[in-house]
Write a protein that binds this ligand. Structure first.
Ligand SMILES: [Zn+2]
Length: 362
């Protein structure tokens, strides 16, 4: 199982120049390798393999010495990305690989961090080969020894390190007794079958308003103007800030649930089955809920807890007594004409989800 830890990193000016330079050279390499594959295909009717392109790297460095400034594995990873893009294309999972411009090539990777001692030898820093020790803000702990890959990403005017670890699954907790059902709420971000509600932090709304404001400003700027560039950068920055705050909220909420319960039941919501509307706030929330499910899933695996997905059909329209109680989205309270139950609609759903989960296990 893969877990990614993400931290902000704060390079000096000189380091940042090297990082932008690395991005640029990796992108040029990626595009050149794509072009080479296409030329080869047109001339000889077959594509090049990753290996044959990788074998050309040492020769290329001799001709273009600036590539000596970049670690070989980082360059190999750029070629690997292209190879993966072709693999996804040939298996029908993605479109034909594109040439990348600066806005679409925003990260580089160290695919095999076997010198971990070196990488995390200084507390509060990460060591990137050929770039140096860079300040890293570690807001939650990570297993340094288990990190196998480092991805360096530039997003919203900031730099991040994504640290990947492959961890074995934990042994299941014995005597798993505490079970919970979680509903994606209408009234709340989430409702737990024990009666706990999780709400979106208030500052989300504030940030979303701010985002809408910056986007309106952007839409009024002339295409190609300098001010438009500035306005765009602002929008990207607010986006990144919202994403960070949300991720933080989702990590905390999911960690709490996995800590408190042994069996965690949720609806199996494949996004396409959900009612879609294209309002910005709604789409951010959808993304957040998907991420929330992923966090609960991997944290459960990691801690030997059980994560159960159940069929979502009818969970919002059924009473605990089994009666069919139809409600539209604006109805906030569940009132059953059969058994007389009056309860927050999200809580009823959470309880039903728990029942279904326990039935699956039994
Ligand atoms: Zn009822």
């Amino acid at each position: 199982m893969q877990i990614v830890y993400r931290y902000g990193i704060y390079p000096s000016r000189e380091q940042e120049q090297k990082m932008f330079h690395t991005l640029k050279l990796c992108r040029h390499l990626y595009n050149a390798a794509l072009e080479q594959r296409e030329t080869c295909y047109h001339q000889r009717g077959r594509s090049l393999s990753y290996t044959s392109q990788q074998n050309e790297l040492p020769g290329m460095k001799k001709e273009l010495p600036e590539y000596e400034e970049i670690q070989s594995q980082v360059l190999q990873d750029a070629l690997r990305r292209l190879d993966d893009a072709f693999k996804r294309f040939f298996s029908g999972l993605a479109g034909y690989p594109h040439y990348k411009d600066r806005d679409h090539y925003t990260s580089f990777s160290y695919p095999q961090v076997d010198n971990v001692k070196n990488t995390f030898s200084r507390p509060g820093y990460i060591y990137l080969s050929k770039i140096g020790f860079i300040k890293m803000k570690v807001h939650r702990e990570f297993p340094a020894k288990a990190i196998s890959r480092v991805n360096v990403k530039y997003h919203g005017g900031k730099w991040y390190a994504n640290l990947t670890t492959e961890t074995p699954q934990a042994e299941p907790v014995e005597h798993a007794t505490k079970a919970v059902g979680i509903d994606r709420g209408i009234n709340h971000f989430a409702a737990l079958s024990d009666g706990t509600f999780i709400d979106n932090p208030r500052y989300f709304r504030k940030m979303e308003k701010k985002l809408a404001k910056e986007q309106r400003k952007l839409s009024r700027k002339k295409k190609g103007s300098k001010n438009r560039g500035k306005a765009k950068a602002k929008v990207v920055k607010v986006h990144a800030k919202i994403a960070n705050q949300r991720r933080d909220f989702l990590h905390k909420a999911s960690a709490q649930i996995v800590k408190n319960y042994d069996i965690i039941v949720m609806e199996d919501l494949t996004i396409k089955n959900m009612i879609r509307n294209h309002k910005l706030a709604k789409s951010i929330q959808d993304a957040g809920w998907g991420e929330f499910g992923n966090y609960i899933e991997y944290k459960s695996l990691h801690q030997g807890k059980r994560h159960v997905l159940v069929d979502p059909k009818g969970t919002s329209q059924t009473c605990l007594c089994g009666a069919h109680v139809p409600k539209d989205l604006s109805t906030r309270v569940h009132e059953c004409p059969v058994c007389g139950l009056v309860m927050d609609r999200d809580l009823v759903s959470a309880k039903l989800i728990l029942e279904r989960g326990l039935a699956v296990i039994a």
